[in-house]
Design a protein around this ligand. Structure first.
Ligand code: ATP
Length: 346
């Protein structure tokens, strides 16, 4: 069943944390709430969980209005950033805990706990206390505990942010494959764009308690509508332009070819990997004569920074294959890109 967030407003005193926010979380999807600190991600998750009460609006699961249902009766599994396991219970008892509360029989509880421990590859750790396990293991147990009672929704509040990079990467793909295996509708709060791009079916970009843009990862990357989204998801060149008399984009003293209308936009986005460099004209729709100012070798990639000769107060970042020949500062090169690589941003 889809989860519908309808016109939710949540205030803390004078602070409006969520402002008339509406959203559908499709059944079986993994949706990420993404945005900078303070944008309202956690508040929205907590309102959905029932841990906060909104002043206005409704939370609907299918046809059921859950707005007045207490959290314990929503049948949602929740995992927090701090693993929040019961410190005095073994891993197995932690996983079984929610089942005891729901009155599952002893045999069923035990079988379900074994199944969940297998799922997170920790059956051999079942008799350990939380303090005897690593952070990654504790978070796996927290996920097993949340999933054990067969919740209708899984809510994850920055579940990976306390873990080191390697464990985080492993758990990203584990959580995604568990979520897909069970087809469980899942919401994850994160401020890490890579996490959202890698894991989500749908990303909700939040800003100041409102939705800035919603879409599939590829969609948001390829078609950001605003400067905020373009800048928040992936690296991008933001070109300051003005509309010239013909209504096309003027970049310094050069005109740029774009697809579609400018609609009053004063910023164009251009992904670094959409630009190719050459020392001779290639027939590209856009070609800017540039001076190389800097290069950075990153292994598989290299970044080249250039100053467009016709717009010398702006810089272009270009991403090239790490094995390609590296230009030198001062080199004169053409930065080539097609019209449809220029993103018109609000
Ligand atoms: P972070 O990534 O830093 O956790 P967030 O996007 O999850 O940020 P929220 O925690 O949802 O943001 O906070 C949204 C706004 O509401 C912020 O301005 C925050 O200061 C405010 N806020 C959140 N919780 C409370 C509270 N209990 N009392 C008062 N203000 C709060």
């Amino acid at each position: 069943m889809d989860l519908d967030v309808k016109s939710i407003t949540k205030r803390y005193g004078h602070v409006t944390a969520l402002s008339d926010l509406s959203l559908t979380i499709p059944a079986g999807s993994l949706t990420c709430f993404l945005g900078p600190s303070g944008c309202g991600k956690t508040t929205l998750l907590r309102v959905i969980a029932g841990l906060e009460t909104a002043e206005e609006g409704q939370i609907l699961l299918g046809e059921d209005d859950l707005s007045d249902t207490p959290p314990s009766e929503r049948n949602f599994g929740v995992v927090f950033q701090s693993y929040s396991l019961f410190p005095n219970l073994t891993a197995r008892r932690n996983v079984q805990y929610g089942l005891e509360c729901r009155g599952w029989s002893r045999g069923r509880r035990r079988a379900r706990a074994e199944e969940m421990l297998d799922l997170v590859y920790l059956r051999d750790q079942a008799d350990k206390l939380p303090e005897q396990m690593s952070g990654g293991q504790q978070q796996r147990i927290a996920i097993a505990r949340a999933l054990a009672p067969e919740p209708s929704l899984l809510l994850l509040d920055e579940p990976l942010s306390a873990l080191d990079a390697k464990v985080r990467a492993e758990l990203r793909s584990e959580i995604r494959s568990i979520q897909q295996k069970f087809g469980i509708t899942t919401i994850m709060v994160t401020h890490d764009q890579n996490e959202a791009l890698e894991m989500a079916d749908q990303i909700v970009v939040l800003r100041d308690g409102q939705i800035e843009q919603v879409g599939a990862p590829r969609d948001l990357y390829a078609h950001p509508q605003t400067r905020f989204v373009a800048d928040f998801i992936g690296a991008i060149n933001l070109l300051d332009i003005s509309a010239n008399a013909e209504g096309t984009a003027q970049f310094g003293t050069q005109e740029l070819r774009i697809e579609g209308p400018l609609n009053g936009a004063t910023t164009l986005g251009l992904r670094p990997e959409a630009i190719t460099l050459s020392d001779h004209p290639t027939g590209a729709e856009n070609s800017l004569a540039c001076t190389v100012t800097n290069t950075r070798f990153m292994g598989n990639l290299q970044h080249v920074e250039l100053r467009p000769n016709d717009a010398p107060d702006q810089l272009l970042q270009v991403e090239m294959n790490g094995l390609a020949q590296t230009p030198a500062p001062g080199d004169q090169l053409l930065a080539n890109f097609p019209a449809d690589a220029l993103l018109v941003l609000r």
